[in-house]
Design a protein around this ligand. Structure first.
Ligand code: SIN
Length: 347
């Protein structure tokens, strides 16, 4: 059936000469179809997830798992695009980019937030946590959960912690006691606590981005660095560092963050679905972290490229004695109560 439409200049509106009601019905149907088509074709919300490590690491695996869970459950509504290995932003720029809306999620190491909050510096204190179980107890306890909100006044939302593991010291010489590190250059993350930790043993700390570490080590521009087994393995630091001291002197974990602006604009249902997928991805990533703490260490040993140095209790005590005064140095910024809560998590 043909719909005849003319313009009635007297009345200033379009009419169907045959049947005006049919025109209105057809117009409403057309409008509904157009709106429906727009809804159906509306682009999904994009979450750009930027990180600096390789994909075969706890963080890389967690981010990919999150992407896959969102694709499975929220297809058409939300899409996660993961940018590993500093492809999009290095850790020193990613939070600024997030506040500008150029990236929606990241999981920088807890050592990289000092510009935004001093409280998270707690995680850098040397020899604070005896193992990863203690770290987990602290993070999931009341003090750790409160810390997730420590970035709120900076426009950032802490969505959850992710483990990597305990840090080891790699170097071009064998480090058994602090005196072996004296005068040597170590790359550190952008953390004043880590700077103080290396200064406490008369070493020379240099704040450098993760993406530059391999080249700095390879060219001998620096002597050593501190990192987890999975980062030392996945970034091949072990190939250019003949010694790795199993010091377990600190923790390298992450905070998954988003911007308050992005998060608040999501409707509650979607927010809950995204958070659920993220929590599951984090649990998966924590499993990967536990496994890699063992398997990547073994892979390094098997490679015979680097010697893993086990120190005695007496040698370890020397590191503890030299580095632990850093706690007092930062107690004012971090808070004595928070340090006490972290120590309590060791029991
Ligand atoms: C990371 O694990 O995200 C990087 C750690 C580092 O900068 O050493």
């Amino acid at each position: 059936m043909k719909l005849e439409i003319t313009y009635d200049h007297n009345d200033n509106k379009m009419v169907n000469e045959e049947n005006p009601m049919r025109f209105i019905t057809a117009a409403v149907a057309t409008l509904a179809l157009t709106v429906g088509a727009q809804v159906a074709t509306a682009a999904p919300i994009e979450i750009k997830f930027s990180h600096v490590v390789a994909e075969n690491t706890p963080k890389g695996q967690m981010a990919n798992k999150f992407r896959d869970l969102v694709a499975e459950r929220l297809a058409g509504k939300v899409v996660v695009n993961v940018f590993p290995s500093s492809q999009l932003f290095g850790d020193n720029k990613v939070l600024e980019a997030m506040l500008l809306g150029d990236v929606q999620m990241a999981a920088p190491s807890l050592s990289k937030f000092q510009k935004y909050t001093k409280s998270l510096q707690i995680f850098d204190l040397p020899f604070l946590f005896k193992d990863m179980d203690a770290v987990e107890r602290f993070q999931q306890g009341p003090a750790g959960q409160k810390l997730l909100g420590s970035l709120a006044n900076k426009g950032l939302v802490g969505l959850g912690y992710l483990h990597n593991g305990m840090k080891q010291l790699s170097a071009s010489n064998e480090l058994r006691v602090p005196a072996d590190a004296a005068g040597r250059k170590f790359r550190i993350m952008t953390s004043d606590v880590l700077q103080a930790q290396f200064e406490a043993i008369d070493a020379v700390p240099l704040k450098k981005p993760f993406s530059e570490v391999f080249t700095l080590l390879q060219t001998r521009a620096i002597d050593g660095q501190e990192n987890t087994w999975s980062n030392i393995y996945s970034k091949k630091f072990f190939e250019v560092q003949p010694f790795i001291t199993e010091s377990n002197h600190g923790v390298l974990d992450y905070l998954v963050v988003t911007s308050a602006e992005f998060w608040m604009e999501l409707d509650d249902g979607l927010k809950a679905d995204i958070k659920k997928a993220l929590d599951e991805a984090i649990a998966f990533g924590n499993g990967v972290a536990a496994d890699k703490g063992v398997s990547d260490k073994q892979a390094i040993i098997d490679s015979r490229r680097s010697q893993v140095v086990s120190i005695t209790d007496a040698e370890r005590s020397q590191w503890v004695d030299a580095m632990k005064p850093v706690w007092k140095q930062f107690e004012g910024q971090i808070g004595a109560d928070l340090i006490e809560a972290a120590v309590a998590a060791n029991k």
